[in-house]
Design a protein around this ligand. Sequence first.
Ligand SMILES: Cc1cc2nc3c(=O)[nH]c(=O)nc-3n(C[C@H](O)[C@H](O)[C@H](O)COP(=O)(O)OP(=O)(O)OC[C@H]3O[C@@H](n4cnc5c(N)ncnc54)[C@H](O)[C@@H]3O)c2cc1C
Length: 407
Amino acid sequence: MDFEDTPELAVFRSEVRDWLDANAQRRTDQLFLGMEGDQAFQEAKAWYKKKSQAGFACLTWPREYGGAGLTPLHEVIWAQEVENYKTRDAHFVIGIGNCGPAIMHFASEEAKVELLPRMASAEDVWCQLFSEPSAGSDVAGLRTRAEPDGDNWILNGQKIWTSGAQYSDYGVVLTRTDPTVSKYRGLTLFMIDMRQPGIEIRPIRQMDGGQHFNEVFFNDAVVPDAYRLGEVGGGWTGALTVLMSERLAISGIQPTGFPQFLELVKSLEINGQPIARDPIVRERLATWYSQYAGLQAANKRMITAVAKGGIAGAEASLGKLVGAVMNQEIANFACQVFGQAGIIQDDSFSPEQGHFQHSVLFSPGVRLAGGTDEVMRNILAEQVLGLPQEPRADKGMAFQDIPTGNS
Ligand SMILES: Cc1cc2nc3c(=O)[nH]c(=O)nc-3n(C[C@H](O)[C@H](O)[C@H](O)COP(=O)(O)OP(=O)(O)OC[C@H]3O[C@@H](n4cnc5c(N)ncnc54)[C@H](O)[C@@H]3O)c2cc1C
């Protein structure tokens, strides 16, 4: 594919650049702007509203649902340009990136018109309620129950690791509605109002000091049947839509740490010597450069497929796996290069404003979120290399008959 902009796309790129120059701060550091604290949340909302009013939010969504009705290539151009600015999109990635496509596909027209424009303008924030204490990689093993009650469903159970639940107005929740059939067939997907008495949210503190995710408890939480996404018992299909969108959304923003490491190698001197002269640093730089270049090429292949009307394939899993491992290795290596200063987490003192120290503490989570390394390897093994599927001891069994620690 030719990666030069067409005249129309070149105009769009320059409009994006002009708008970002006028409305966002250029990145001088590479600090990860996460979702920490109420002030950060208010700033993020204000930023996203401005972006939405300017017509740059949800570029590929239809206009009637709050989008700009543009193509995936416009989205790519936006992503390429925005990378050079400090922006706060983290709170909205799960809603717009993961939940939005499933709502677009499975919700009633009435619900779409009611909820999607509010999501697109950051009026409402959404979270994804899939993982449970005993159902992460094997999310179809979840136990949160939804039982019918007239025009409503009543939910009881517990979710965990729910990013941004404390800020969310709504969530997309995967539940078990029938334990008498196989684990994949007894699931139903809903949208849920998070601001109701039947929901309790308990933040989890991470080792980097932040509170990114939460435990969420449902105690007779109420969901109207009109908020059901797809058929009763058809939740796995909806869940796959969310998970595939998640992988694609993550692969677009997956930090690799390479650009920051390159800056460090160019600028850091230790004992009056540029670290760029150190043979071990040079060897690492070359290794990570080749991986980074490979990821860029795979990403371009994915863009080409999407531009031709296809969908992102296994490249999304490859990007997630390789990028997340590289990100953690680079952070660990950089902190070793700093010597004793590597253990000081002070943004005003540390090179690259503490980026590497922050990354040492947060990068392990990036290897788990959206599917662990092992799960990515399984996907690549089965879907790309055509290797046999993993043996499944619960195949063909009703969910309620699958042995557990308690049975
Ligand atoms: C930063 C962060 C944000 C998150 N946000 C959300 C969110 O918003 N919503 C949400 O629902 N969840 C969220 N999660 C949860 C995430 O999806 C799970 O952590 C992930 O799917 C792994 O599940 P688990 O933690 O239960 O680990 P487990 O599934 O228990 O895995 C434990 C270990 O066993 C390995 N393993 C499991 N199955 C296999 C297998 N078949 N083959 C080989 N190895 C295997 C895993 O790779 C891992 O090393 C988030 C997690 C993180 C870290």
